[in-house]
Design a protein. Structure first.
Length: 411
């Protein structure tokens, strides 16, 4: 079995793990935010807790109490909610490595955006995540940390800058994915480097018989609130790589920026509701308006006059596929069976733009998408969907022979 197929299954396995762990993290995060906002504080619980809540689920009743700083004595059993966050980030990082770093020439680098070597692209990818956390953490620890509104506005400005910056370096798909990874890294670092350490300080004080400092809890609460408002935009950005209208247009950086505003309006509705502040229905109107602007931005280039396309520059990896003796035959197969959908101008009814922004209407485009063609039409029958263009088995075999001859099964 060649390496390409093994990597394809590795990507599937890691993606599955990432989704599972993300569900666990997001579920617990949303639950505790809703619980915290819904605590009843009047009358004050007899135990001295800050608030309490009665809930029913799974055939039983739960009586939950929250202590703002800490209880008088450390409970014998204490559950920590941290591994959901760590596992989500680790699996996401593994997916970034398997898909975008190991497949940099296909998914990360776009020479029409910036000519990068594989290692240059990977270095920028990794360093941007580290630098993002450092800048955000410095902002939170600055005097702005005492003004949550000003801090969030400045952080939103940072996200806009990063959104634009990523689109100036990477492919559209990779740019939005990296903005999601940038944000998710901040969220997990909040848990690993701020929230959990602060909680451990409180636990240590309890064990030593000292009165814990309430400041640590306030700092952790601020970071947890940030995470709450960032969750929905991160999900959008992680899903965006399947939708070229989101990532492949001229205004992709602005679309990504506006997504964070939708995250705020949606979470404000639910957070206010859980805090028994009523239903702020205007937030759904605001969310719909922002989404309408996003849709408009995605099709805006289609409304403008056509501009000449620049000649595609082949990366060294793609050039190897184009130079092979079998390439002309494979190119004719792909042009005949696939280009009616995968082209700058789509000719198939019901499809507005090329699926996943994959273009197969020129020799350069076909060479660039060699790996995808091999997996989708060579070793599997995924494309054309339903074999709508009647690709023959001999043509699929020709694709396999060409790809394996170039790579030796190692790409």
């Amino acid at each position: 079995m060649d390496t390409t197929i093994l990597l394809h299954w590795a990507e599937f396995a890691v993606r599955w793990l990432h989704v599972i762990t993300a569900i666990a993290w997001i579920g617990s995060s949303f639950y505790f935010i809703a619980l915290d906002l819904g605590l009843k504080r009047k009358p004050r619980p007899a135990s001295g807790a800050d608030g309490e809540e009665w809930q029913v689920h799974g055939g039983g009743f739960y009586h939950i109490q929250k202590y703002m700083v800490a209880p008088e004595a450390l409970p014998e059993h204490l559950t920590w909610f941290k591994w959901e966050s760590y596992a989500t980030w680790l699996s996401g990082m593994a997916l970034l490595i398997v898909l975008y770093w190991m497949g940099a020439e296909l998914y990360l680098i776009d020479w029409t955006v910036m000519e990068l070597t594989t290692w240059q692209a990977i270095t920028i990818s990794a360093m941007s995540l580290v630098v993002g956390w450092v800048v955000y953490d410095m902002l939170c620890k600055s005097p702005l940390g005492k003004n949550p509104t000003a801090l969030m506005l400045l952080f939103f400005g940072l996200l806009i800058v990063m959104s634009w910056g990523y689109t100036q370096v990477f492919s559209g798909r990779a740019a939005l994915l990296h903005l999601g990874a940038f944000t998710a890294t901040i969220m997990t670092a909040n848990v690993a480097l701020i929230i959990i350490p602060n909680q451990k300080i409180v636990v240590a004080d309890l064990k030593a018989g000292r009165t814990p400092d309430a400041t640590y809890g306030k700092i952790a609460k601020l970071r947890s609130t940030h995470n709450n408002y960032l969750t929905l935009p991160v999900i959008f950005l992680m899903l965006s790589n399947h939708y070229p209208l989101a990532f492949a247009g001229k205004w992709n950086w602005l679309i990504a920026s506006l997504v964070f505003l939708m995250g705020v309006t949606i979470r404000h509705f639910f957070n206010t509701m859980h805090a028994r502040g009523g239903m702020k229905w205007w937030t759904w109107g605001a969310t719909t308006a922002i989404f309408a602007v996003i849709v408009w931005l995605s099709v805006l280039p289609l409304m403008q006059e056509d501009t000449p396309l620049e000649e595609t520059q082949l990366t060294p990896g793609a050039a190897r596929f184009a130079a092979h003796a079998d390439f002309p035959d494979v190119a004719n197969i792909v042009l005949g069976r696939c280009s009616m959908c995968h082209a700058q101008q789509v000719f198939w009814d019901g499809i507005a733009v090329a699926p996943r922004s994959v273009m197969l209407d020129s020799d350069a485009a076909i060479a660039t998408q060699a790996r995808a063609i091999y997996l989708q039409s060579g070793v599997s029958h995924a494309m054309p969907p339903g074999n709508i263009s009647f690709m023959e088995e001999a043509e699929r075999a020709a694709i396999r022979v060409w790809y394996r001859a170039v790579t030796g099964g190692t790409l």
